[in-house]
Design a protein around this ligand. Sequence first.
Ligand SMILES: [Zn+2]
Length: 413
Amino acid sequence: MVSVIRAGRLVDGTGAAPIEAATIVVEDGRIREVGGEGGEPSTGGGDAERIDYSDCTVLPGLIDCHVHLVFSARPTALQDILTEDNRRLLLRAVHNAQLALRSGVTTVRDCGGRAGVIFALRDAIEAGIVPGPRIVAAGPAITTTGGHCYFLEGEADGADELRRMARRLAKEGADFFKIMSTGGRMTPGTNVSAAQFSQEELSALVVEARRLNRTVAAHGHGTAGIRNAVAAGVTTIEHCTWVSEEDSARVAYEPDVAAQMARQGTFLDPTLSPGVAIESLPESELTPSRAEVRRMRPAVHEAQRAMLALGVEPIAGTDAGVAGVPLDSMPIEVMALHRHLGLSPIEAIRAATHTAARACGREDELGSVQVGRRADLLVVEGDPTVDLGALRRVRAVFREGVLEVDRGRLVRS
Ligand SMILES: [Zn+2]
């Protein structure tokens, strides 16, 4: 099956300049040829399907590097996950996955859910039973007993238990590991400022992950936990808000740690969307914790801009599923990378496509419109390189060359 797609403009995800009047040839789910300036493709003769998006921009399907498909995104997100059983969580996850797909997200990295639910949904989508984005799944986030997100059932204490947990999750089907290196504001009783694991414990997990050919994503708010995770050699730091060890309302950025991230290629996943959501809350809905996040945002953004200046590479992750952040939030995240961290629109798109694929270890398959990659394509009206708001105007979404979304609706039954 060959399709020839005409694009008014192609943004290939690598950070290269857009190509006007491009042609993309897709064969058996993969990109076979990419041409520019309206030239006829050498392949795709008589019986090829011709698809005309000459009034649109085509870019790679977006990769959201941080979602929680089992979370409800409602103000009661914590209460919901504490009370809903796995059958209900699975139905919620199906809805969330399809919401993401309809917004142009063709791959999500799920950073914490119930193992049985997330792995089952991932496998059902791959088998074509339900439409949805490709899921790169951690299963539960690994945490200390009673630690941040303990309710996802990934509790492990000490190096031996961390190794055992990694082996168990790999056996059950985890694609990567997520570790909570500090507490989090969602889980009452955890400490955002303090490290949950020592550097030695995190190193034990990272070494085991390498042996199992998997990467490690570390949730990190407090500077102490970020420092430990970077020293242990994790692949991505999630949130990375540099909360001071002494004072949870203060930012204590450490340039030496950021410089090490740049040297060793540790990615920054700043997950800006929850902060954007809190910014627009009325005062009446500002809990003390949310008010603190709101006050700290400018200093956090300043620290993250300093990290980028040192050469740390950003990726895009929404933390969708947490309160106020539905699964179709990627346009908000990409716009926030531009507005708050100073990325150009092309750079922000790269963070949400090619760099995201690299962080997932899938750049040979995903994240760019290049020959040989899977034909995961997002078609939007307008020019996102001028106005990222165009990412909200989704005309179509293809997964592996198959039209999944047409004008906002799922079309494959
Ligand atoms: Zn999260």
